[in-house]
Design a protein around this ligand. Structure first.
Ligand SMILES: Nc1ncnc2c1ncn2[C@@H]1O[C@H](COP(=O)(O)OP(=O)(O)OP(=O)(O)O)[C@@H](O)[C@H]1O
Ligand SMILES: Nc1nc2c(ncn2[C@@H]2O[C@H](COP(=O)(O)O)[C@@H](O)[C@H]2O)c(=O)[nH]1
Length: 206
């Protein structure tokens, strides 16, 4: 019997909108999803652990991964590289497990080219003022970096039409429920049972 492949879910959106917060809350409820830990050249923030939050790499190490074709996508964002490891994603999908990426917009659009069957979700803030408050209150970025991230946010939000779904993160609980509904619904749509129903209906019409 041929094993059905897993689904690739991509959550994207401007810095500070709450992607990480929503993803972590979603993973507390949905244990079937697998999170792909990204590679980055940025320094760890307080409380971040190598191999859990990111695989922290030097620029040389990262560039070697790129040249060896080890990443599905990568992007330079706020003066650092970020990228998605190829082997983990492909192996996990081949095992029939769903993979969840949390990445910025340029990377997501590269993934779209190679995985057109993926499910692309864009998280937006209730307003740009609220986005600014969230990044500032998180307290992880310097003033310059906040400015750069907010500038990038405008161009990123312009790209939301390229996604399959747009979810407003006004309230964490609601946003998680919406993302979870997307996961469940896409799963139902693509499973063997759904295909069998479709086939049975087609046979019935003959
Ligand atoms: N719905 C919400 N209402 C209020 N605050 C929120 C909400 N969602 C997230 N936050 C807060 O906003 C801040 C940014 O959230 P988070 O770090 O998850 O964003 P992000 O999109 O992952 O950012 P980045 O792309 O920079 O990693 C955090 O302090 C988080 O607690
Ligand atoms: N293109 C990619 N973007 C990624 C990846 N992992 C994370 N990110 C995004 O980068 C920015 C900044 O992240 P931060 O942790 O420094 O705040 C944010 O939008 C992340 O979602 C990746 O593998 N590829």
């Amino acid at each position: 019997m041929i094993k059905e492949k897993g689904i690739l879910f991509v959550l994207s959106g401007p810095s500070g909108v709450g992607k990480g917060t929503v993803r972590k809350a979603l993973f507390e409820q949905d244990t079937a999803l697998r999170y792909s830990i990204s590679m980055t050249t940025r320094n760890p923030r307080e409380g971040e652990t190598d191999g859990i939050d990111y695989f922290f790499k030097t620029r040389d190490e990262f560039e070697k991964l790129v040249s060896e074709g080890e990443l599905i996508e990568y992007a330079e964002y706020a003066n650092n590289y970020y990228g998605t490891p190829k082997t983990y994603v492909q192996q996990t999908l081949d095992e029939g497990k769903d993979v969840f990426l949390e990445i910025e917009v340029n990377g997501a659009l590269q993934v779209r080219e190679n995985f057109p069957e993926g499910v692309f979700v864009f998280l937006i803030p209730p307003s740009l003022e609220e986005l600014k408050d969230r990044i500032v209150n998180r307290g992880t970025e310097t003033e310059d970096k906040i400015k750069a991230r907010l500038e990038a946010a405008r161009d990123e939000i312009d790209m939301m039409d390229k996604y399959d779904y747009v979810v407003v993160n006004d309230n964490i609980e609601h946003a998680v429920k919406k993302v979870q509904s997307i996961v469940v619904s896409e799963h139902c749509k693509r499973t063997r049972v759904a295909k069998q129903y479709k086939q049975a209906l087609e046979d019935d019409e003959k």
